[in-house]
Design a protein. Sequence first.
Length: 390
Amino acid sequence: MTKTSIAACLGGDFPARALHREYRHFPRAVDVAGLMTWDDLNMLLATHRLEPPRLRLHQGGPPLHVADYTLPVTTRRHTVWRRLLPAELHGRLADGASLVLDSVDEMHRPLGRLAEDIERVLRTHVQANLYASWTGTEGFGVHWDDHDTVVVQLDGSKHWTLYGTTRPYPLHTDIEASTEPPGEPVADLVLQAGDVLYVPRGIWHAVSADQGTRSLHVTCGLQTHTASDLIRWVSEQLLAHEAWRRDLPRLAPPPDQAEALHDLRKLLAEQLDDPRLIARYTTAMDGRDLGRMVPSLPHAGTVPADPDLRVRLTTARAVLETTDDAVTLAAAGSTYEFAPAAEAVLRPLVEGETVVLATLAAGAGLDVESVTGLVRELVTGQAAVVGRMP
């Protein structure tokens, strides 16, 4: 897909030195041919009923009213949907509005693969949003995001002005708001097609297509993982203990309340004393990730033992663990245990490949029927999809 893959941009010293810390600009880093074209965008707009807020226009901040570029259509069953009006849409965009299409990775497979490449490296969920602009008017003004972003310029150019942070690591549900950006920018960049830009959350920035050319870019938002998320997960694990499930002694005397807190503190401290706690949490979150679900139609009943049938996992964050006695796969919220020979079948799938059943069988030294049985189990658990997919 890329000359220098998105994974290569995010490898090397990036996780240790830049991730969650500082912006990084990778000029001409990827070959964007085939990722998303204007024709692809036109087709999405023409063939999907994209209700706001998934599709919206912004000009200087809040979204424009949907009535400015759509027409309500009432069906004979009395449901209402919004039909795009191309002339009005073109007019708003020419006047300075920016078009935003959320979660485009769920609608366009090449951008879905891009998001999965990032997920496989950074081990977190990615949502890709598409942005199209034609003028120097800023779609959102100077603002910050509550999540890290990886930006890929797809066509044209986009001017990015980056400032510092006024509140490190802000959250969507924060107790304090950052209202004023720092005075002086720390970077002034013009992204060209193929450029990649990483921006940590909390960095104020302004973006505009002010270079005399149109702009199409995709922003891949990274799900955050904070101490709050870790403690929430630890709390789930502690539900196995009676003390953690017991009602709080809210109306009991102070000595009884102190004793209850002592028991809870001990249980929590045991978890926090484990140096592998964050690694355990990461593995658990990877195994829970549902990925981008795709049905396996027309195979509604069972997966046939067709040597030419292609198979891939629905998640880029599956966890494969092996012992002398078994192979365990955690994927899409389920855990599977297979015989050791299954590792040769599962390994290329976990690494993100789409493989025909015959190739999987040959690589594992198994017959197609045996491999099909394994794949059937994964498809039933929504961890894999089969068909003639690309």
